[in-house]
Structure formats: structure tokens, C-alpha cells
Design a protein around this ligand. Structure first.
Ligand SMILES: [Fe+2]
Length: 344
């Protein structure tokens, strides 16, 4: 087995490949690591055939859909996954053939309704069902502590004690454990009575993960993350530095239409001399009146330098081929003591 473990933040993902046929599956890929997975697969001489999510993640962004589109491979998840873009839905006990490797799905609901663990030779990828020294939480959408009890004590912990455990998360830099070691020392697994276990899970008082809604709309519905939208816009927009713009503003004619896309009050409180005001929210509808010359050089700016990138990308989509964005925002501009005016 060719095996690569990729840790990012607390997330763990795995590239599992067959040595003879050189095909591979990617388990719980994370959106920021796409190039790394592709790099690892290339280095190991592997072709990725499946992108598998052990469950609908609520705390980070799955790369499965993006990878599936790029590589023309199926997204694999459990039958109960709410994601409409899942191509291959596994039932409990079904297995995938990855060359000579077999990856078997165990339906292990509890952390989420669609959670599964994946058994492959000497190891099990436990998703968020079983973590090293912990378990996944059961208080997020579709979580169920009773079901988690059954999944753990009725299924996962019945695997051979020497079987290696690779979870979807570890926040302490550990890479693996074994079923035996977890039965022995995992504090949550010491509650072996259903009622005691459920009671413990119901009183963990965990705070909601950051990005919960963003993760769910992305992972359940195939939407884009804010970071993705910004990255896509950034990739098609040229930037002008604050120093360069300041130099031109001081010289009188800057050669650009500086387009300030903030709201009216922010613009009135202080803007770059000569800037034109057109709030982002009205951009598409008013652009033809406000910017009659589609060949003009337009430089967008906003408060933090993010909305301005989206605005410049929109302008380029609309045919303003010379739209660019300020590398920075008005906050940084003010802090740098660069010229400001309140004149309309
Ligand atoms: Fe999770």
C-alpha cells in the first residue's frame, strides 16, 4: 500500500494507493490542499480514482467536488449524504476496489447521520466517529449520541485490536493509534454503559465550530467558500500597489478612474482624491451610466481590499477589460497617511 497522510490545521486526509496498479483513493481531502494532493500523487506515480468523504464535514471545506471535476472522478460518500454532487453512494459493508486494495465502508452514524468508517487492510479511517483519545461530537446537525454509542461499541471497537486508527482530525499532532489502544485509554470510551455515554456526550458544552454555516452550504450543497470566491477573482484581476497609486495621485493625473465601492457614509468620511463613488451593491445596475467608457482604466478600492477584488472581477466580466484593484484597502491607505479628501 502506498500511503500518504496530509495534516492541515487539525484536519487529516489520506492518499491510499495500490503499489501494482498505481491507482489511488483520496480520503477526506481538504480544499486548501488540492495542489499538495496532486503533487503527492504525481510524486508517487499514482492516479487518483476516487475522492471519498467519510461524512458531511461541518468544520472545514471538502475538496472532493473540486477534485472530482478536475480529475473526472466520482465523489464517494455514504448513501445518506445530503450532498447532491455525490456520484457513488456506499451502503454499509460495500467496498471499493482500488487496484488490489479493497476499501470497505462501515456505516457508523452518530457524529453525523452519513458518517462512515473505511477499512483498508491493516487500518481503518474513522472519520470523526473515533478520534485519538476522543470521539467526534454528536451535537451538530444530524448528530445522535445514541447512534454514536452503537457505532462505536457495536462496530468500530469490534475491529481487531491491532488495527491502525487514522481519524479525520487530530489537534495534537498525532498521526495514528490502534483500536486496542483506544479501547484501553480513550477517556470517552470508558463510559461503556449507553446512558452514561449519552449523558457525557450531551453535556460536553462545546462551542459551535467557526464557519459552520459556510462549511455546511459548501459541503452539503456544493457551494463555494468565501476564500474560493476571492481566490477566483484574484486570479483574473491585476493589482496596483498603494505606493504606485499614491505617487500618481500626488502627481495630479493618476491615469485611472479610481472607483470607490464602499457605502456612501464611508466614502463621505474620506476617500482618495478624485475617486468616483459607486457602491458594490449597485455596481451592475449603474455601471453603464457611471462608467460610459468601457476602455477606461478603472481601479477599484474598498475598505479592506477584498470587495474591491470582487468588484474588479465583475467589471472585467462585464467587458471593462482594463479594470484592476488596489492592493490594499482604505483602512491601510489611511493608516499609511496617504492623501485623503472629503470633497465629493
Ligand atoms: Fe466532522
Amino acid at each position: 500500500m502506498i500511503f500518504e497522510q496530509v495534516a492541515t490545521g487539525g484536519c487529516q486526509s489520506y492518499l491510499v494507493g495500490c503499489e501494482t496498479s498505481r491507482v489511488a483513493a483520496l480520503i477526506d481531502p481538504e480544499l486548501t490542499q488540492i495542489d499538495r494532493y496532486l503533487g503527492l500523487a504525481a510524486r508517487d506515480g499514482l492516479r487518483i480514482r476516487y475522492a471519498i468523504d467519510t461524512h458531511t464535514h461541518a468544520d472545514h471545506f471538502s475538496a472532493s467536488r473540486e477534485l472530482a471535476q478536475r480529475l473526472e472522478i466520482p465523489v464517494v460518500a455514504h448513501q445518506l449524504s445530503p450532498a447532491p454532487y455525490v456520484d457513488l453512494r456506499l451502503e454499509d459493508g460495500e467496498l471499493l476496489q482500488v487496484g488490489s486494495l479493497k476499501i470497505q465502508a462501515l456505516h457508523t452514524p452518530g457524529h453525523t447521520r452519513d458518517s462512515m468508517c473505511l477499512v483498508c487492510e491493516d487500518r481503518v479511517f474513522t472519520g470523526d466517529t473515533l478520534l485519538i483519545g476522543g470521539t467526534g461530537r454528536s451535537d451538530l446537525p444530524t448528530g445522535d449520541p445514541d447512534a454514536l454509542f452503537d457505532s462505536l461499541f457495536g462496530k468500530v471497537l469490534k475491529l481487531p485490536p491491532e488495527m491502525l486508527v487514522f481519524p479525520a482530525h487530530d489537534y495534537k499532532g498525532r498521526s495514528s493509534s490502534t483500536i486496542g489502544a483506544e479501547i484501553e485509554a480513550n477517556p470517552r470510551l470508558q463510559k461503556r454503559e449507553r446512558s452514561a455515554f449519552v449523558d457525557m456526550m450531551e453535556h460536553l458544552n462545546l462551542s459551535a465550530p467557526t464557519h459552520l454555516t459556510e462549511a455546511l452550504r459548501t459541503n452539503m450543497n456544493g457551494g463555494k467558500t468565501v476564500t474560493q470566491l476571492l481566490a477566483e477573482a484574484t486570479a483574473v484581476v491585476p493589482f496596483v500597489s498603494m505606493t504606485e497609486l499614491a505617487r500618481r495621485v500626488e502627481g495630479g493625473d493618476n491615469g485611472f478612474i479610481v472607483l470607490d465601492v464602499r457605502e456612501r457614509d464611508a466614502f463621505a468620511a474620506g476617500h482618495i482624491p478624485g475617486a468616483k463613488h459607486l457602491p458594490r451593491g449597485q455596481l451592475e445596475l449603474r455601471v453603464d451610466q457611471e462608467l460610459p467608457n468601457p476602455t477606461a482604466r478603472i481601479l477599484t478600492c474598498c475598505e479592506f481590499g477584498r470587495i474591491s477584488v470582487l468588484a474588479a472581477a465583475t467589471l472585467r466580466t462585464m467587458g471593462f477589460r482594463h479594470a484592476s484593484a488596489l492592493d490594499g484597502g482604505m483602512k491601510a491607505w489611511r493608516e499609511a497617511g496617504l492623501p485623503l479628501t472629503t470633497e465629493a
